[in-house]
Every structure is written in structure tokens, then in C-alpha cells.
Design a protein around this ligand. Structure first.
Ligand SMILES: Cc1ncc(COP(=O)(O)O)c(C=O)c1O
Length: 374
């Protein structure tokens, strides 16, 4: 059995930002599916209503209210095929080809491609340990009128940074004052391993300037291709008018029914607890191994959640050509420049701790070190 991006057997490739086999809950999905099909009516197999089945949206609202700690209402939710698809929708609906959008520098490299597929120009906004820098955003706003700002506030990919509550509020204020939308990509919000993060930006949907994208990819299974938008009704109405939704109705009706049964049967909470405990062990194993092998040549911050550690090496190092050499050593990483809006960050690399157990993580980090001994 394989999957998109699967590493060769024996390789410990920290470029794989996907869960390991033991964290993909086949039994949970089987139980939820059996529960759905035991009760399914013929019209459950028909086109779903565009925004999503009301029974699912009610349960999703309850789930978000519980996990985000702020009441969510079904009326501000819309079913998507996950955050990649949601970003594509947002790019269709909230921007026009040729528009500029702001992204963080660095940002999720696969998002660049989605934005560019829609003919959007991207401008990078530098970050610090509290999130995107407000001064950098203000400077960019003097030169550009962005259609939206694509931000990853919770356990950012690739840096692991969690934007502070104050920074999130500042973003909302600037979006109001300068008439742009914030498209917040929040797939890691529930994957926190220590203190609770600030509330998701989805809880700021009533501000009228935030469209939050949430996903079951990281808390259940990427293959479900199921997520949601949390946004004001007026923003969702714009999506419901596009051809794709008119023609096909709900984007992922059957997956949403299966997850509805997972929520109804309270199957997800224990799984999320397991993910938190397991990933916490893995991030600690990676941080310890990095201290053992990389203390003298790299800097990083141990993230409090998410999937990633972002490593900075000496300015003279270019990680891009080292990627192939890493594979020869049966290990791997994602080169930093992929995450830059303008080909910078060559002396950085991203390590995912999601795909390997603690022993493999220690072994893989040890294998990486000789790459940097010249
Ligand atoms: C920041 C970010 N956005 C989106 C995605 C993809 O999400 P989905 O599987 O919901 O399309 C990922 C997955 O790695 C991600 O890290």
C-alpha cells in the first residue's frame, strides 16, 4: 500500500508531512461508516445541499463550540473538500486573476501553487515569533491593495509559530481599515501539545473580514478530503453562487455523512487526545535529538503544536542541493527556499515529526547530521 509522497522503505524522510499508519484510524472510520450505511436513506446518496447537510453542520458547530471555546453557529459554516480545495474556492470567489494577495514569508509551499493557478500575485509579509509583523504588513499596504491575506495562524507551516491573540486582533483591525479579507488556514488549531493556543481565527468570523478554513485532514484522515469554511453568511453566499457549487451541490457529501456519524457517536475526542499525546512525544524526541546533533550548527524553536520544526543553519549553507544527498543517507527534509515567496530562505529546512515514531525520529536526525559536515 502506498500514498502520495510515500518515502522509499527504510528511509526516514522528515519531508513527509503526513500521519504515520498508527495514527490513521481505520477502525474509527469503519465504525462511523457502518453507522451511516446502517441508517442511510436513498437521498443521502444524492447531491447534497450546497453548504452541507444540516445534520452535519449542526454537529460541526457543536464540535467547534466545544474545541474553540466560543459558540459557532451552523449558519456560518460551509462544507469543503479540505483546506487546499477551500483555498482554491477562496481564490475563485474573493479575488480576480491579476489581483495581489499577501502571504506570510515563509508560507506553506503548496499554497503558492494554488494561488498562482488562479493568476494571483503574491507578496510576502515577514514574521516574528508572534506571527506576521504588523509593521511589514503596514508597509506592504502602502504599496498594494490585496484581495486577501492568506495566513496560517495556528502552528504555522513551516515555522511552527502560533500567532498571538494580540497579533490576530491587529490583523483584523488592519483588514477592516484597509478593506481586505483574511483567509486563515487553520488545520493545526486542535493539535496543541502544551497550553491552549489563542482562539482560532474562525471565532472572529463575525468581524466580517475573516474566512477561516478548517480541515479533518490532520485530526482524522487526509483521505476523507473534508473540511469547512467558517465565515459570515455574506461571504458564504458568494461561494454558493459559483458554477462548481451550482452544478455539484455539497463538495463532499458522503464524507461529511461519515464524519457526522463519528461525531454523533463521540468517536473523535479520544482520537484527538491520542494525536496530542503521540505528537507531543514525537516533538520532544525531535527536539532532544536536534539538541544532541545540531546544537552547534543550527537554531530552532520547539513548536507547541502542529507538525513542523523549522531549522536555521549558517547563512553559507544552501539546503536545496543537500536534499538528494539526504535521500542517499536514507533520511530527508524539505528545503527552506520552497517556502519562500521569492526564493530566499536557502539556509533553512523544515522537518515534520508527524510520520515517524520516537525511535525513528532519533535515528533519522542522527542520519541527517553528516550532511552538514563539510
Ligand atoms: C497549512 C496547510 N494548509 C493546508 C494543508 C492541506 O490541507 P487539506 O488536507 O485540508 O487540503 C496543509 C497540509 O499539509 C497545510 O499544512
Amino acid at each position: 500500500m502506498t500514498f502520495d509522497g510515500a518515502p522509499p522503505p527504510g528511509t526516514i524522510n522528515f519531508g513527509v508531512g503526513q500521519p504515520s499508519a498508527d495514527l490513521l484510524p481505520v477502525d474509527l472510520v469503519r465504525q462511523a461508516s457502518e453507522s451511516f450505511f446502517a441508517e442511510a436513506q436513498p437521498f443521502d446518496l444524492n447531491y447534497g445541499v450546497p453548504r452541507g447537510d444540516a445534520r452535519f453542520l449542526d454537529l460541526l458547530a457543536e464540535f467547534l463550540t466545544r474545541y474553540y471555546g466560543v459558540p459557532a453557529s451552523p449558519g456560518e459554516l460551509f462544507v469543503t473538500g479540505g483546506n487546499s480545495q477551500a483555498l482554491s474556492l477562496a481564490s475563485t470567489v474573493y479575488a480576480r486573476p491579476g489581483d495581489t494577495v499577501f502571504v506570510e514569508e515563509p508560507s506553506y509551499f503548496l499554497a503558492f501553487k494554488i494561488l498562482r493557478d488562479h493568476g494571483l500575485k503574491t507578496v510576502g509579509i515577514d514574521m516574528d515569533s508572534d506571527g506576521p509583523k504588523i509593521a511589514a504588513l503596514e508597509t506592504a499596504l502602502r504599496e498594494h491593495r490585496p484581495a486577501f491575506f492568506y495566513t496560517i495562524p495556528g502552528y504555522h507551516n513551516p515555522t511552527g509559530i502560533c500567532s498571538s491573540a494580540a497579533r490576530r486582533r491587529e490583523l483584523v483591525r488592519l483588514a477592516h481599515d484597509n478593506d481586505f479579507l483574511i483567509v486563515a488556514d487553520e488545520p493545526y488549531q486542535l493539535l496543541h501539545y502544551y497550553d491552549e493556543p489563542p482562539p482560532a481565527m474562525g471565532t472572529m468570523a463575525a468581524s466580517g473580514v475573516v474566512v477561516s478554513m478548517g480541515s479533518f485532514s490532520k485530526i482524522l484522515a487526509p483521505g476523507m478530503r473534508l473540511g469547512w469554511l467558517q465565515a459570515p453568511e455574506s461571504s458564504l453566499q458568494k461561494i454558493m453562487r459559483i458554477g462548481l457549487i451550482h452544478s455539484g451541490g455539497c463538495i463532499n457529501h458522503i464524507s461529511s455523512q461519515i464524519v457526522r456519524h463519528a461525531l454523533e457517536n463521540d468517536l473523535l475526542d479520544a482520537h484527538i487526545d491520542k494525536l496530542r499525546t503521540t505528537y507531543r512525544g514525537r516533538v520532544e524526541a525531535m527536539d532532544d535529538a536536534l539538541h544532541e546533533h545540531f546544537d552547534d550548527i543550527a537554531e530552532w524553536r520547539k513548536p507547541d503544536g502542529g507538525y513542523f520544526v523549522w531549522l536555521r543553519l549558517d547563512e553559507s549553507v544552501n539546503t536545496t542541493p543537500l536534499k538528494d544527498k539526504a535521500l542517499e543517507l536514507e533520511t530527508g527534509f524539505t528545503a527552506g527556499s520552497l517556502f519562500s515567496n521569492h526564493g530566499a530562505l536557502k539556509n533553512y529546512l523544515r522537518l515534520s515529526f508527524a510520520h515517524y515514531n520516537e525511535d525513528d525520529i532519533r535515528e533519522g536526525i542522527a542520519r541527517l547530521r553528516p550532511l552538514f559536515d563539510s
